[in-house]
Design a protein around this ligand. Structure first.
Ligand code: TPP
Length: 370
């Protein structure tokens, strides 16, 4: 069972807000949220799920090379994204679609990557949401180095919450076994860097179950490096928000790194190239559907008096967004093949010039039919 006695939770699976001494400080943070913010939590989770469905369909219809769904992980992502402050930098892995949107990145930019019609992605300086990486755990080192840089710039622990910065790095249970992740933890702790390691434990690294990766809960890996670490119910958007808020505030104020393990579940396939029925059983999937982050939060909002009209409106917004994405996806055209050379060096470079020339001759050899 992935939940342990250590697991922090605020919202039970039936949408009831829980109270306990251990979670009182998180409950206080959530009690301070206004209705509009709570509605935004719901909107972002539902909208991202709608994206996943539409993009999955587009892939099956031959319009995308691949899709990487985030189905089931919406609460871990949305809650934690709202827990950061807008000037904190986020280092994603490759399925943090909701966080991209919260940071102002158009879903179409992610679709463009997976349609293979862009050599880039988005401007990470504008959104403070860095580019996706498919190379597992590499972003943990980028983030640790970036956080050390925040320290060198003197933007940590000054007491000015608008000037001090932190960063959050997202990685998976599988990635946590990589050497890079472990090195990042060493440097973050040694330098007391303002970084939060946010591990989405979705129980599988493609077909490898987490019990094969570790005999003990993964948040203990953080503790093993001397980093204050938490295990949370990752399908509870409220605890995800509150613990991330506390952890990023601590990191930003100079108390060193933090580590959060969010227990969640990848409800869909690893990617559209994967068939999870080959390695996991239907009973397990059914169990996690009962813990669905969106229906749980909907029950909570309804218990607070949110009316049908709101939920209908969000559904309509999602359908409109999906239809708009579909239209814009079908209209996307690939950049010229030699555009890839434009992004390597600022100035002209002899090697690039030679390769560009070679490519042009190669393309010409097809007589215009490449
Ligand atoms: C360095 C590296 N090794 C192996 C792979 C192949 N690979 C891609 S995804 C994946 C599993 C990742 O699992 P996890 O870190 O739990 O993240 P999830 O995909 O479940 O979100 C593997 C092994 C890779 N992309 N990069």
């Amino acid at each position: 069972m992935p939940y342990t006695e250590a697991t922090l939770q605020l919202l039970s699976t039936d949408g009831t807000l829980l109270e306990s001494d251990r979670t009182a400080e998180y409950r206080a943070l959530v009690d301070g949220l206004d209705d509009d913010t709570l509605r935004s939590f719901y909107r972002e989770m539902v909208t991202t799920r709608r994206l996943d469905i539409e993009a999955g369909n587009l892939q099956r219809q031959g319009q995308l090379a691949l899709w990487v769904p985030s189905l089931g992980q919406e609460a871990a992502q949305v809650g934690s994204a709202f827990g950061t402050r807008a000037h904190d930098t986020i280092f994603p892995s490759y399925r943090e679609h909701s966080i991209a949107r919260i940071r102002g990145v158009d879903f179409l930019s992610i679709i463009a990557l997976l349609r293979g019609v862009t050599n880039g992605g988005w401007d990470p300086r504008e959104s403070k949401f860095r580019l996706y990486t498919l190379v597992l755990a590499t972003q943990t080192l980028h983030a640790a180095g970036y956080a050390m840089g925040i320290g060198l710039d003197g933007k940590v622990g000054t007491g000015n919450v608008d000037a001090d910065e932190a960063c959050v790095v997202y990685f998976g249970d599988g990635a946590s076994s990589e050497g890079d992740a472990n090195e990042a933890l060493v440097f973050a702790q040694s330098y007391q860097a303002p970084i939060v390691f946010f591990l989405q434990n979705n129980q599988y690294a493609i077909s490898v179950p987490v019990v094969r990766q570790s005999r003990s809960p993964l948040y203990l890996r953080g503790e093993g490096f001397g980093i204050e670490s938490y295990q949370i119910d990752g399908n509870d958007v409220l605890i995800s928000y509150a613990v991330t808020r506390k952890a990023t505030d601590a990191a930003r104020s100079g108390q060193g790194p933090r580590f959060i393990e969010a227990q969640t579940y990848r409800l869909g396939a690893h990617t559209t190239s994967d068939d999870p029925s080959k390695y996991r059983v239907a009973e397990e999937e059914e169990l996690w559907k009962e813990r669905d982050p969106i229906s749980r939060f909907e029950k909570f909002l309804r218990s607070r008096g949110e009316a049908d009209a709101f939920f209908d409106q969000i559904r309509t917004e999602g359908d409109d967004l999906a239809s708009d994405l579909r239209t814009r996806t079908l209209a996307m055209t690939p950049p010229p093949v030699d555009a890839m050379f434009d992004h390597i060096y600022t100035d002209e470079h002899p090697l690039m010039t030679a390769q560009k020339k070679w490519l042009a001759e190669y393309e010409a050899s097809f007589g215009g039919e490449s």
